[in-house]
Design a protein around this ligand. Structure first.
Ligand SMILES: O=P(O)(O)OC[C@H]1O[C@H](OP(=O)(O)OP(=O)(O)O)[C@H](O)[C@@H]1O
Ligand SMILES: NC(=O)CC[C@H](N)C(=O)O
Ligand code: SF4
Ligand SMILES: [Mg+2]
Length: 447
């Protein structure tokens, strides 16, 4: 499972520098490439492969001067992983830069449609279609809001998106609100996939809120206007809460850290374990492990230490890379787990690579029993909305029983959180849970 990207947009002083800092705050959402586009009489884009701090090394950032910037950290879900965003494209005689988080479900048929009309595509990434569709409809209506409404009617799937064109920025969230998007207002205007990237600049001095599903913002240097241009549906991705987002972010009114603690508590109620110590799989399993410990009364300790220089493994292409990365990334603390009955809590199991490795490492250092508790239901279905969940045959829980997964990872016991328990923990009814339930939000597939 690879994940979604991070986007940022601002109209404020020192926009490129702020975009750079915001991308560092959003780095967990995409580690393949990073880019910033600014407006200075025309679009200028700097981007490259790797971590944000590698791409914008040295004085390169000083070359970008503007009050308008959009920016992106990428995890490819469509097209080549060596392409970057923001991507620039053109249609109907206009040029546009696009920063997109999500995946489009009707990309190929719609792209073919546009090609028949004579439009040329310059990239392999689905995100280009958003820019093309917008410019196409802008020529028809000559009104940015109406053009975006037409995009909502035409382009299906998940998109939190920022456009830069003609000295303006347009930011929009798809009518289902699959991917998060926040707006902050203070000494300027800020948009980011997660509010924690906006808090860098605003903190107490500004107002931050979620962008509504179907809401469109248009900004030039002077004015800002927002309108809801589609019926709001609200099926935000539950995996943002389980794994992707930063714990200090709040998405659609629910703080991610608190939701994870509640997932751990629900899990302890549903599937207690007889252990002497609760340990987490850092980083994303920590809050759930704390919740499990609080609810069960079993003490929590750090039984696995994470090498802080290794990025997320979930999102690393290629299985060999992942195996090696897990070993480099996590190592057990013998003094904590040796001779003990260990309750091991993680947020999710995807391929099972991480869990298999960890259970065997814990046994190597003398853990007596390993009881695995997973703070989300089994992932059984692919995601078409922005998370690169592998094909079903790579998902360890796709076809077999929980008992089969237990055997495969070598644990003494294994339990997952139920779908109902997860809903209670997040505290929201309307969520996308398609990869867990197979129930896909209809809007994204009506085309
Ligand atoms: O079953 P697998 O395919 O091995 O993937 C599952 C693991 O991947 C994720 O963590 P990841 O290492 O990506 O990032 P983290 O450090 O943020 O927890 C997730 O939290 C699981 O630990
Ligand atoms: N992870 C994402 O949101 C990816 C956005 C887009 N589909 C791309 O591949 O670049
Ligand atoms: S299918 Fe799963 S990962 Fe994809 S948007 Fe829905 S909840 Fe998120
Ligand atoms: Mg993890």
């Amino acid at each position: 499972m690879r994940e979604k990207c991070g986007i940022f947009a601002t109209v404020s002083e020192d926009a490129p520098k702020k975009a750079y800092y915001a991308l560092i705050a959003l780095q967990h959402r995409g580690q393949e490439s990073a880019g910033i586009s600014v407006w200075r009489h025309k679009i200028r884009t700097l981007s490259g492969l790797g971590f944000v701090q590698d791409v914008f090394r040295g004085p390169v950032l000083a070359k970008l001067k503007s009050n308008l910037a959009i920016a992106h950290v990428r995890y490819s879900t469509s097209g080549s992983p060596t392409e970057t965003q923001p991507l620039e494209t053109e249609c109907c005689g206009k040029r546009i830069a696009v920063a997109h988080n999500g995946t489009l479900t009707n990309f190929l048929p719609l792209k073919r449609e546009y090609e028949k009309r004579g439009v040329k595509f310059h990239h392999s990434i689905d995100s280009e279609l958003l820019g093309v569709s917008f410019l196409w409809h802008l020529r028809e209506s000559n009104d940015e809001f109406e053009a975006m409404k037409a995009v909502f009617d035409e382009v299906k799937g998940a998109y939190s998106v920022a456009f830069l064109f003609d000295g303006k920025i347009l930011v929009a969230r798809d009518p289902v609100g699959f991917r998060p998007l926040s707006y902050g207002e203070g000494d300027g205007h800020y948009f980011a996939s997660e509010d924690s990237a906006i808090r860098l600049f605003l903190e107490e001095r500004g107002r931050i809120r979620d962008v509504k599903p179907g809401e469109v913002f248009l900004l030039d240097g002077e004015s800002v206007e927002s309108r809801v241009m589609a019926e709001e549906r609200h099926h935000g991705c539950v995996f943002e809460y389980i794994y992707f987002a930063r714990p200090d972010s709040t998405i659609d009114g629910v703080n991610v850290y608190s939701a994870r603690v509640r997932m751990g508590r629900e899990l302890a109620k549903e599937s207690p374990a007889s252990g002497e110590v609760v340990i987490d799989v850092p980083d994303s399993g920590r809050a759930a492990a704390l919740g499990f410990s609080m609810e069960s009364g079993i003490p929590y300790a750090e039984g696995l230490i994470k090498n802080r220089y290794i990025g997320r493994t979930f999102i690393t292409p290629g299985q060999f890379n992942r195996e090696l990365k897990v070993r480099l990334k996590l190592s057990p603390v013998r003094e904590i787990v040796g001779g003990k009955r260990v309750v091991l809590v993680d947020d999710s199991i995807v391929r099972g690579t991480t869990m298999r490795r960890i259970v065997s490492m814990l046994r190597e250092v003398g853990a007596r029993e390993v009881h695995v508790r997973i703070a989300s239901p089994p992932i059984r279905h692919p995601c078409y909305m922005g998370i690169d969940i592998p094909t079903r045959h790579e998902l360890i829980a796709a076809f077999g029983s929980v008992e089969n997964v237990r055997k495969a990872i070598g644990a003494d016991s294994l339990a997952y959180l139920s779908v109902e328990g997860l809903k209670r923990a997040v505290g929201r009814e309307e969520l996308c849970m398609a990869c867990l339930t197979g129930d896909y939000p209809e809007w994204a597939f009506r085309f």
